[in-house]
Design a protein around this ligand. Structure first.
Ligand code: COA
Ligand code: AMP
Length: 636
């Protein structure tokens, strides 16, 4: 039996023993005596009675062990022409100082703090400062509009909001304060204070509840790490579900720390002192896990990049960063490489940089499509690894484990389940699917450490969204199959979640926004294939009786509405006004069929359709407006 199979089997057959061994490698204040227990609903809880603090484990502990002078952060910001190196000792001191500032504002263990910041080191300082106090952070991605921020503030009820005065995109400075003010205005719950990091690119005007970051820290006493129980929440991270209300994924402290530490060694093959670069954003789970927490838990240096894969200044940006900071493992979303490939198809810019330090390239956030895989595989001399995970799991479910037993890669496959994740494929009846047979990808309970422990203040939703479909299993929401050799292929979501440029969004949520417009009688938003961003949303709307007929004005209004309510990252830029939508006789819009047409596939007319002519109408409308590849679609 191979090393991987032995380790995997042990993790499934003896989970408590397996994870107890991993837990011993972290610095606890009080080691856990209970490794695994189940709550009343049968969900796994890890290390509940242990006491630790993830900020202590990631910063203070390393300083105490002699790592104080090692860089913890390489910050690189081409959009502001700035760079900074922050050592472990400096970062610990900055975090202790900011934790003191938060404490001065009344933030204590269990309180929530919403963080709305771009990719600046202070975003990490704010997250660690919350962890230091035992407070629960909830980071919101900067591309979300005030309404989305308001929804999260209302749900998380933060005592304090921490923000920067602005974000900086390729071609413009985005003031954040008006977004925060509008969100607080819209939210029924009002935070007590807002701390603003003033940036030179745009200074915010401060109001009655606002505090200047620097001034606040200057008068604060540094705060120490507060011991928390293993099961205490570290953060709530909102992610798109199938409805308009995002789900607040709750992460515990100890299980997460243990899992991340294990993954750094086993999946990413990272040793203390080495440099890890994850080109994501702190607003996403990849940022939480592999920019902020995992690299520092492992004693590595993390690269924090405020820039894009292209245009800052060119498609060689990643290669430059890898070479400059001697990055060993690099992680980003496939869409970033599709953008690079578009601008530098022969990879000429790579030749300008010495990336001999790079040992592996990891991709996730969406499926690594085979053309992008082959392009990268031909270009680079290192393994190109697709690995699969989700906000809910917090770390990879399937990967090619570079630190355990590297395996040959297969285009389109995320390789094999990571130890701890008992991945299975079930058919509609809940029976195990055979090899090569596609079905629902599920994870048999218990979920390993690090995965979500609930939906914030909504146990019912946790149960209905993830646990109810197949009792005893966690429903991932993805479809896929195992091949005959046990390689796992993840083929896409089985629900309304779509993936735009590696960002997870909900078509259901967009439908709610579009459907709320006074001129709209009915609508459908579908995710269609896009060569650069993976998927893009397209809206199909039926206007109400009495509509004035100005389709262009309505389409523009709906595009503006989604941008205003959800934000620019929804990339909602195409709407079609139609007379009718294809539905079943029971009134269900045939979205899958609409997607097939937009993606240029062959499609049949289902026997359950209410009005077959509606299908033809929509197809013609899509062709006329050049939606996706609708002109290639054929009715069979
Ligand atoms: N704050 C504010 N606005 C933001 C933002 C942020 N942090 N990030 C993106 N936006 C805006 C963009 O400016 C753009 O606005 P526009 O419609 O006015 O042009 C819009 O949101 C869409 O952004 P995006 O989808 O990122 O498109 P893009 O054309 O700017 O860039 C890529 C395309 C592929 C370069 C970019 O999407 C990318 O780097 N993707 C990688 C994603 C990633 O790392 N995901 C993490 C998962 S691992
Ligand atoms: P998020 O929660 O934003 O990380 O998005 C998670 C979803 O992105 C998953 O449920 C998948 O649908 C998709 N996804 C992420 N990584 C991969 C991958 N490597 N292969 C296929 N799909 C992926």
């Amino acid at each position: 039996m191979s090393t991987y199979h032995r380790e995997f089997r042990r993790s499934i057959e003896q989970p408590a023993t397996f994870w107890a061994e991993q837990a011993r490698r972290l610095p606890w204040f009080t080691p856990p005596t209970t490794i695994l227990e189940y709550d009343e609903a049968g969900h796994a809880r890890w290390f509940v009675d242990g006491e630790l603090n993830i900020c202590h484990a990631a910063l203070d502990h390393h300083v105490e062990q002699g790592r104080g002078d090692q860089p913890a952060i390489f910050w690189d910001s081409p959009v502001t022409a700035a760079k900074r190196v922050i050592t472990y000792a400096e970062l610990r001191d900055q975090v202790a100082g900011f934790a003191g500032a938060l404490k001065g504002l009344g933030v204590a263990k269990g309180d929530r703090v919403v963080i709305y910041m771009p990719m600046v080191p202070e975003a990490l300082v704010a997250m660690y400062a919350c962890a230091r106090l035992g407070a629960v952070h909830s980071v919101v991605f900067g591309g979300f509009a005030p309404h989305e921020l308001a929804v999260r503030i209302e749900d998380a009820e933060p005592r304090v909001v921490v923000a920067a005065s602005c974000g900086v995109e390729v071609d413009r400075v985005l003031p954040y304060k008006p977004i925060i003010d509008a969100a607080i205005e819209q939210s029924r719950y009002k935070p007590e204070a807002c701390v603003v990091l003033q940036r030179d690119q745009h200074r915010a005007e401060l109001g009655p509840i606002d505090h200047d970051w620097t001034a606040l820290v200057e008068k604060a006493e540094p705060a120490d790490c507060v011991p928390v129980r293993g099961s205490d929440p570290l953060y709530v991270l909102y992610t798109s579900g199938t409805t308009g209300k995002p789900k607040g994924v709750v992460r515990d402290t100890a299980g997460y720390a243990v899992a991340l530490h294990y993954s750094m060694e086993t999946i990413y093959d990272m040793a203390p002192g080495e440099v890890f670069f994850s080109a994501s954003d702190v607003g996403w789970v990849v940022g939480h896990s592999y920019i902020v927490y995992a690299p520092l838990l492992r004693g590595c240096t993390t690269v924090v990049y405020e820039g894009k894969p292209v245009k800052t200044p060119d498609a060689g940006a990643f290669w430059r960063l890898i070479a400059e900071y001697r990055v060993k493992s690099f992680f980003t979303a496939p869409t970033a490489f599709r953008a690079i490939k578009k601008e530098d198809p022969d990879g000429k810019l790579l030749g300008q940089h010495d990336i001999s330090c790079l040992k592996a390239l990891f991709l996730a956030g969406e499926r690594l499509d085979p053309p992008t895989f082959h392009w990268l595989d031909d270009l680079l001399d290192v393994p190109v690894i697709d690995h699969w995970w989700q906000t809910e799991t917090g770390w990879p479910i399937a990967a090619n484990l570079q630190g355990l037993e590297p395996m040959p890669t297969r285009a389109g496959s995320a390789t094999v389940p990571v130890p701890g994740f008992d991945v299975q494929i079930l058919d509609r009846e809940g029976e195990l699917a055979a090899a090569m047979e596609q079905g629902s990808v599920v994870i048999k309970q218990p979920l390993p450490p690090g995965c979500l422990v609930g939906v914030w203040r909504d146990p019912q939703r946790f149960h209905s969204a993830y646990m109810a479909a197949f009792p005893g299993y966690y429903l991932t929401g993805d479809g896929g199959y195992f091949d005959e050799d046990g390689y796992l292929f993840i083929m896409g979501r089985t629900d309304d979640v779509i993936n735009i440029a590696g960002h997870r969004l909900s078509t259901g949520e967009m439908e709610e926004v579009v459907g709320a417009h006074p001129a709209v009688a009915e609508c459908a938003v579908i995710g269609i294939h896009d060569a650069l961003k993976g998927q893009l949303p397209v809206g199909l709307v039926i206007p109400k009786d009495g509509f004035d007929g100005d389709e262009v004005a309505l389409e523009e209004a709906l595009i503006a509405l989604v941008r205003e309510k959800i934000g620019p990252i929804a990339c909602f830029k195409q709407v079609l006004v139609v007379d009718r939508l294809p539905k079943t006789r029971s009134g269900k819009i045939l979205r899958k069929l609409l997607r097939s047409i937009a993606d240029g596939k062959e499609y049949g007319v289902p026997s359950t359709i209410d009005d077959p002519a509606s299908l033809q109408d929509v197809h013609e409308a899509m062709k006329a407006r050049s939606v996706g590849a609708a002109h290639d679609a054929r009715q069979v």
